[in-house]
Design a protein. Structure first.
Length: 399
């Protein structure tokens, strides 16, 4: 029976190729990002805090942090990867400690509600034949009739209000726990953004949950109809566990692991470097040629004006020089265009210039049929624009 999770669906939305490698090919990855490692250790410490509370043992802050650091040491291995090289493992360890310290100080003595479940597995039907699974960090009963779904986040990005109110993960959790307990009049969705020491709450109406069901089924059908699972590059690629299998990142991972002397001789690196080198040479040559051509064009225009010619002959070609000064009237969008329109309409000449086509206006005034006073006023809107061109022809092509 097809079963999906929020993280599974999000993986597809982020990158179909990553989804294929993780959930279809089921490639096992030995490495783990430091962010995920730190987040797991923080979750474990908070789970211990509330699990001990269920048997009336209240950990001190020092006891909780000791447990956190012991768990860090116990689980640390060389497979934990740090992508942001400007930070060390110790920096992340201290960040996790700060998250726990801030949380402890905010909620002590942790009597905001009665904990019903920790790391609670949910499994419920989305639609006939399709199921959703997930794990709830903590379920709490507040005021005897309010069920709270708590989720801990150690991400360094704070979501917008709109993102929180449309979050799929905790809405799934709400679907999974509805009806489990009697006399529940309200379900609250609560995110703890630990790195910001911030709590964010939201809720979902039955209509919103029904809409989420329909949207999720649409996404699932799109996944099941996909036959290509094309990779999608984005800001999270550096943190992807499957870069060594991805056609967009595979070569990068391969060459990053080569010794410097082998890296510079690797065929792909050599080809790209040579290609870029030639493209840059071509660009520089084109810029030099364009600059030289511009100088010669200016010299040809100056020669033609000085000598009073419009054809300049070389050995096998002739350069046809054309220099024109044209009257230019304001186009639509120019503030003066509206004033010019009104002037011509008041003079009763609007239909003669085809909705004030600038080319037609110039032709009509050349005919000399309009009053000179009107022509002079229109000329105030006119600016002169010089047009220059050079056409090269072979001498044998000239009749």
């Amino acid at each position: 029976m097809p079963t999906y999770s929020h993280s599974q669906l999000s993986t597809y939305e982020n990158c179909p190729q990553q989804y294929k490698l993780a959930y279809i090919d089921r490639i096992k990855i030995e490495t783990e990002g430091i962010e995920a490692f730190m987040g797991t250790r923080v979750h474990e410490a908070l789970e211990k805090l509330y699990r001990d509370l269920k048997v009336t043992k209240l950990n001190t802050l020092d006891e909780l942090l000791t447990y956190y650091h012991q768990s860090w040491e116990k689980n640390w291995s060389e497979t934990v990867q740090i992508i942001r090289k400007e930070y060390s493992a110790e920096d992340y360890r201290r960040l996790g400690e700060r998250c726990l310290r801030d949380y402890y100080n905010r909620y002590f003595p942790f009597d905001q509600g009665k904990t019903l479940a920790l790391e609670e597995n949910i499994y419920f039907p989305l639609e006939e034949g399709y199921w959703i699974r997930g794990v709830i960090d903590r379920l709490t009963l507040s005021d005897h009739s309010v069920l709270e779904i708590h989720d801990y986040k150690t991400a360094n990005r704070l979501p917008t209000r709109a993102e929180v109110d449309s979050d799929r993960q905790l809405a799934f959790y709400q679907m999974g726990v509805e009806g489990r307990w009697k006399d529940i009049r309200e379900i609250r969705l609560i995110w703890h953004y630990l790195t910001f020491d911030l709590e964010i709450q939201s809720s979902r109406t039955p209509e919103e949950l029904q809409r989420l069901r329909a949207e999720t089924m649409e996404l699932i059908r799109r996944i099941e109809a996909d036959r290509e699972f094309l990779p999608r590059e984005g800001p999270l690629c550096d943190w992807c566990d499957f870069q060594g299998y991805c056609p967009k990142r595979k070569h990068l991972i391969f060459v990053e692991n080569l010794p410097p002397n082998e890296y510079l001789r690797e065929e792909g690196v050599t080809l790209v470097n040579r290609y870029v080198e030639l493209k840059e040479k071509k660009r520089m040559m084109n810029e030099e040629m364009d600059a030289e051509l511009a100088k010669i064009e200016e010299a040809l225009f100056a020669y033609a004006q000085r000598e009073g010619v419009d054809s300049i002959y070389g050995s096998d070609h002739v350069a046809k020089i054309k220099i024109e000064v044209k009257e230019k009237y304001p186009l639509k969008g120019d503030p003066n265009r509206k004033l010019l329109d009104e002037l011509i309409k008041k003079a009763g000449k609007w239909m003669e210039v085809s909705d004030l086509n600038p080319w037609m206006l110039a032709r009509v005034m050349e005919r000399g049929s309009w009053p000179s006073s009107l022509v002079n006023r229109i000329k105030e809107f006119c600016s002169l624009e010089q047009s220059r061109s050079i056409t090269i022809q072979k001498l044998k092509e000239i009749d």
